[in-house]
Design a protein. Structure first.
Length: 270
């Protein structure tokens, strides 16, 4: 029998997930269908239960339900626990496994898509919101030389630093602390590119050979990517590869097969 999966969110019409997972299934010979579910804002749990009771095997979860999915899960991966948000649910008997594959998707795109090693590098993450919380543990697992989180409100960055203190000595500060600091990998996890807003970064923040990676993506370069090029970044990338990478990690969690992301990224690239 064909297995059922879906992505759930509100709104959801824009989601590329069905196309991505259809390509993964075709590539790996998996017998599954993948749909879109628009859950009522006041009844996410009911929507999940109905899908599960109807034979659904797993769900991807997008805005605004990642925190609700975290609360709904009966078992959590360590990265989901640290992120306090879930983007993947797997139904296994009475258990609902909650995972967060965003960070692993990012790491795999940096390593493979950008051919950029993270180990031993000085990493800067711009922003201390939910997106940053979801990517920190996979970044730490790559054993960077240093990891700094900056935010317009320094106290919010400090909260994240304390949250991962058992895993890594992350440095946390406001943007003013960037003066004179140099990094090999700069990751924009703010919403600045979505509002076409430049960030307070400077040329001396970019080490020789630096990669600037924006979690946002769209048609053409983002504001952060253009700003990084002007500042001297050797390489820039948007978050499309991360989108496909996190989907591949979900697919692997569900099916035990790891698909090739490169042809799917090429298919989606404008």
């Amino acid at each position: 029998m064909t297995d059922q999966y879906a992505v759930v969110g509100n709104p959801i019409a824009h989601s590329k997930s069905p196309m991505i997972h259809a390509e993964f299934a075709r590539q790996t010979g998996q017998d599954l269908v993948y749909a879109k579910l628009c859950a009522p804002l006041d009844d996410f749990a009911g929507c999940v239960t109905a899908f599960r009771d109807g034979g659904g095997r797993g769900l991807n979860v997008t805005v605004p339900f990642k925190v609700e999915a975290f609360r709904l899960a009966t078992r959590l991966t360590e990265r989901a626990r640290l992120a306090e948000a879930v983007n993947t649910l797997k139904f296994d008997g009475d258990q609902i496994l909650g995972d967060n594959t965003d960070g692993e998707g990012l790491v795999q795109d940096i390593l493979a898509g950008c051919a950029f090693p993270i180990a031993g590098k000085r990493v800067l993450v711009l922003g201390a919101g939910g997106a940053t919380r979801g990517i920190l543990l996979p970044l730490i697992a790559q054993q960077p030389a240093a990891l700094m989180v900056v935010n317009r409100t320094a106290a919010k960055a400090e909260e994240l630093r304390a949250h991962v203190a058992d895993h890594f000595a992350v440095e946390a500060a406001g943007f003013e602390a960037l003066a004179g600091r140099e990094f090999d990998l700069l990751i924009n996890a703010t919403s600045a590119s979505l509002s076409a807003t430049a960030l307070p970064i400077a040329q001396d923040n970019f080490a020789r050979g630096a990669l600037a990676y924006d979690l946002a993506y769209g048609n053409g370069e983002t504001v952060f990517m253009r700003q990084a090029r002007v500042c001297g970044a050797a390489q820039v990338a948007d978050g499309l590869g991360m989108l496909v990478g996190q989907a591949a990690e979900s697919f692997y969690l569900w099916r035990g097969v790891r698909p090739d992301t490169a042809p799917v990224i090429a298919l989606l690239r404008p």
